[in-house]
Design a protein around this ligand. Structure first.
Ligand code: PXL
Length: 282
């Protein structure tokens, strides 16, 4: 079984980061080791939250793993918390990376043209540096603009997405996948570029009109899980986009209306089915 290390915060309430990555990756048949960067009472879209910075723990934990001879097939990072935590994360990646370790970075820091609460421009520039070390990065359009200095647009055409990808490839990341990228009215999906070949790829599905917190984390976890299970980047992105859209639709049916997160639990069986179906078609 492949082993992945995911480095993100733990938000105790409000499904996101590790509380999505761990169950999703486990369900996909990947051994998932966690390194929490911070412990929050709840995610930062609630009116208030507590936050304990765990930077003092990260290197002692990583050192202990090193002493115990652990190897990771992949490292996947998401919301980290502070510029210093980004630097600590970079150090942990350096400690464990070898030629067989894939590094996936989701530079979680904003949406709808704005940084999330608690982040400054410094956070964006450190994230840009971290992205430069990745095999694959998965920013949304807001995060892409924050890291490249490009102007954020609500409406755009394909040349805008292509330009963003070119600028993101300039960070040094081997592959860039823009999430929440729309090529047609009523559609959304991914638009990516391989920096080594300049090859473009995209996938679009129907846009669901509501937005829930944590969908970016569900998308990234699913895409990473599929790639680790051996699917091509294209197949992994398609699976993640379809699965995320289905999960949003399932969440809409919940009469409890969980504004603080998606009902990813209800679609885990479908996700396992997707993995098995693609595996059987090989
Ligand atoms: O889903 C991204 C995310 C992760 N972790 C925390 C957050 C957010 C987005 O707001 O606040 C703590």
């Amino acid at each position: 079984m492949k082993r992945i290390l995911t480095i993100q915060d733990i938000s105790c309430l409000g499904k996101c980061s590790i509380t999505i990555a761990l169950p999703v990756l486990s369900a996909m048949g990947v051994e998932t080791v966690i390194l929490p960067t911070a412990l929050l009472s709840n995610h930062t879209l609630f009116p208030e939250y507590t936050k304990l910075d765990l930077s003092g723990q990260m290197l002692p934990i990583a050192d202990m793993w090193k002493r115990n001879g652990v190897h990771f097939d992949a490292i996947y990072t998401g919301y980290l918390g502070t510029p210093e935590l980004i630097d600590e994360t970079a150090r942990v990646i350096d400690m464990f990376r070898d030629e067989n370790t894939l590094v996936f970075i989701d530079p979680v820091m904003g949406d709808n043209g704005k940084l999330y609460r608690g982040f400054s421009e410094d956070y964006a520039s450190r994230n840009r540096k971290l992205c430069g070390t990745a095999d694959l990065i998965m920013p949304n359009i807001t995060e892409a603009c924050l890291m490249t200095g490009a102007k954020y647009r609500e409406t755009y055409d394909e040349s805008y997405l292509r330009e963003l990808c070119i600028r993101l490839c300039e960070t040094g990341a081997k592959m860039t996948v823009l999430t929440g990228a729309s090529l047609l009215e009523g559609k959304t999906g991914v638009y990516g570029m391989d920096s080594r070949t300049g090859e473009i790829f995209f996938y679009q599905n129907d846009k669901v009109s509501v937005s829930y917190h944590g969908t970016g984390d569900l998308f990234a976890s699913t895409a990473v899980g599929a790639m680790i299970r051996g699917f091509s980047v294209r197949d992994a992105m398609k699976m993640a986009a379809d699965h995320t859209a289905d999960t949003i639709r399932a969440t809409m049916k919940n009469p409890g209306n969980p504004w603080y997160g998606v009902d990813f639990e209800s679609t885990l069986p479908d996700l396992i089915g997707r993995i098995q179906k693609l595996e059987n078609s090989d």
